[in-house]
Design a protein around this ligand. Structure first.
Ligand SMILES: N[C@@H](CCOP(=O)(O)O)C(=O)O
Length: 438
């Protein structure tokens, strides 16, 4: 398999180059070419398997020519020792795909752990330290920190917007130490992402450090995210209805992953992009006009993205055809008051505790089902465990939320971060200093 840049379809690179260089110097994003069409029967055959086996079967089709199958089997099983179950809220109509059973209690574990396993595999051949840069609005940072913690030959630098992630999310980013360093940026997630993207095209910095991304900038974060759509399909096909997914969306990597696996042949009949007041994509789906904006802070902070990185990938997947895009994806968005009300309603109706992002996904699905009157099996992606937003969820639902042990122990730990303004030069100097002091 090879990868082209969304800014230059002709110049393709290998799997290893796309994995480690993450972002082409022409500032595009990598896309697989050709995206293999494996067909519905392939997915029907594997959909009943475990997440790890599904990951292995798809990986073999994609990378079997470059990585031998024994190694691929080992790395997919190492990446996915957990499941992604569908919990029925209304059987055959509304299910919740719980993606938070991994180490950091967020869906990002799937992509981060697969990438970490793939990088470890390839870096056995290299002796240069890889510096991973990550921008986070809440969940990616924690998953990457845990996925790469103490992985030999890798250093991780996480940039996050000061005061705009939950307390427990911040602890996940700032307390591991070792090869993980947090940079607390006085700005928004979009500022953090812009700094990271500038670093990837800074020739001087790239001559000194071997930089890589673990954001959805890196196509290898998205490819494994397709695996859980297959796992979910396998759990609801018994209803014999068309399957649709509602995807809580910030940077639109999760939705792009779903569309990729749909185009590979997984029978998904529709997507719903559900988000908060940062609604540039739902607005595009209504109007055909894409107009990125400065992000606004909301209670569903992981979706506070004003210029979603993966919009360009969606355009490529749909051949830049607005009609085709809007036929396949519907958009819904909610403000904080509506989100709080939705969290309460979901709890009353289904006795289910949803984090604000997950609630927005379910609300988008409910709204679509009502408007379209379609008889489909709807699955909404649950992106994070509600305890990551404990104070908020408890105050909205007026009930206590249990915190899994692996998260609870973090609250005792001391935060360590380097505070910087939203300024690329300051970050660059600070990064170089940090790396040279190790
Ligand atoms: N919502 C994300 C923002 C970064 O998105 P990514 O998919 O590009 O890593 C977060 O929680 O950090």
């Amino acid at each position: 398999m090879r990868f082209y840049s969304t800014n230059n379809l002709q110049a393709t690179v290998t799997t290893e180059e796309a994995l480690f260089h993450s972002m082409p110097v022409d500032k595009g994003l990598y896309m697989p070419t050709p995206l293999p069409h494996l067909g519905a029967s392939f997915f029907e055959r594997i959909a009943g398997d475990t997440l790890a086996d599904i990951g292995y079967a798809i990986s073999k089709e994609l990378f079997g020519a470059e990585i031998n199958s024994g190694d691929l089997e080992e790395l997919t099983h190492k990446a996915f020792p957990f499941d992604t179950p569908v919990v029925d809220l209304e059987p055959g109509k509304i299910g919740v795909l719980e993606l938070f059973h991994g180490p950091s209690l967020a869906f990002k574990d799937v992509g981060a752990r697969y990438m970490a396993a793939l990088m470890s595999y390839f870096s056995k051949r290299n002796d240069k330290e890889v510096n991973i840069l990550v921008a986070t609005s809440g969940d990616t940072g924690g998953a990457v920190a845990m996925g790469f913690h103490n992985v030999p030959g890798i250093r991780v630098s996480i940039l996050y917007p000061s005061g705009r992630v939950s307390d427990l999310q911040e602890k996940q980013l700032t307390t591991l130490g070792g090869n993980v360093q947090a940079f607390e940026v006085d700005g928004s997630f979009d500022d953090c992402q812009a700094i990271v993207k500038q670093a990837f095209v800074d020739a001087e910095l790239n001559a000194t450090l071997s930089l890589s991304s673990a954001n959805s900038i890196n196509i290898f974060r998205l490819i494994p995210q397709g695996f859980y759509y297959v796992r979910a399909f396998g759990q609801v096909r018994k209803y014999g209805k068309p399957v649709i997914f509602s995807v809580p969306s910030g940077n639109f990597g999760n939705l792009s992953a779903g569309v990729m696996v749909q185009q590979m042949g997984l029978p998904i009949s529709h997507f719903i992009a559900s988000t908060n007041l940062n609604h540039v994509v739902p607005t595009y789906l209504e109007s055909g006009i894409y107009s990125p904006k400065a992000s606004v802070a909301t209670i569903s902070n992981a979706m506070d993205v004003g210029n979603p990185s993966n919009f360009v990938r969606l355009k490529h997947l749909y051949g830049d055809d607005f009609q085709r895009t809007s036929n396949n994806v519907s958009g819904f968005f909610y403000d904080d008051e509506e989100t709080r009300a939705g969290m309460r309603r979901i709890n009353e109706l289904y006795d289910y505790v949803a984090c604000p992002h997950t609630a927005i996904g379910i609300m988008g699905l409910q709204a679509y089902l009502k408007a379209s009157e379609k008889d489909v099996a709807g699955i909404s992606l649950a992106t994070a465990h509600p305890s990551k937003f404990k104070p908020l969820v408890e105050s909205v639902l007026e009930k206590s939320v249990g915190v899994p042990e692996r998260l609870a122990i973090l609250s005792q730990r001391i935060k360590q971060s380097i505070q910087i303004p939203a300024d690329y030069q300051v970050f660059k100097e600070s990064l170089l200093q940090t790396v040279s002091s190790h």
